[in-house]
Design a binder for this molecule. Structure first.
Ligand code: ZN
Length: 195
């Protein structure tokens, strides 16, 4: 991430209401800012443009756009939820590898059209010992999960909302049978450290 790309941010944000390309580029610049040395200062210098970009994206997302997911990811980067900006997919074929917080085994969380489960990985057999995920009910969601879920529901993005409910739900470890919150574990493993 270079200061040069940050210098382009205000101009991209001015173009963002009308240009999908400008929106996506501005989102990517912010997404890549995560955890990079010296970016705190650069982000502070761009505070005005970032605030404007938040407005632009909020309005754009309310219009139920075709690039809803990409724009939501840009907004997640604006909100400094970098790990979600980087990983949030369309839930057609998404995997979230993580460690069981109780026994330390690697657990593969799958949220896709082929299934929504936790599993352990076998070199030959792939995902084995599958356990169905336990999605969060709308009333159980809090914080970022609730915010993302409501953005998706309000935009009529039902599949995305359902995936988010699973991502912010619970999984059972196939090895030790303990149940843990997927998003909490993923966040503690992947949230970038800002220096
Ligand atoms: Zn375990």
């Amino acid at each position: 991430m270079s200061p040069a790309s940050f210098a382009a941010l205000p101009r991209l944000v001015r173009l963002a209401p009308r240009s999908a390309r400008a929106r996506h580029l501005a989102g990517e610049i912010l997404e890549r800012a995560a955890g990079h040395h010296g970016c705190d200062d650069l982000l502070a210098d761009c505070a005005g443009a970032i605030a404007e970009f938040r407005e632009v994206l909020g309005q754009h997302l309310r219009s139920r756009p075709a690039d809803f997911l990409k724009s939501l990811r840009a907004l997640l980067a604006v909100e400094e939820e970098y790990h979600w900006a980087a990983v949030l997919g369309d839930f057609e074929d998404d995997f979230y590898p993580m460690m069981c917080p109780h026994c330390g085994v690697m657990v593969s969380i799958a949220i896709g059209n082929y299934g929504r489960y936790s599993a352990t990985q076998d070199w030959d057999l792939g995902d084995v010992e599958r356990r169905g995920l336990r999605p969060a009910g709308a009333e159980e969601l809090t914080g970022t999960g609730r915010w993302m879920f409501e953005m998706a529901v309000n935009a009529g993005q039902e599949e995305l909302a359902d995936g988010i409910a699973h991502l912010f739900g619970r999984a059972e470890c196939p090895l030790c049978a303990s149940v843990f919150n997927i998003a909490d574990e993923y966040t503690s493993d992947n949230r970038p450290v800002m220096r």
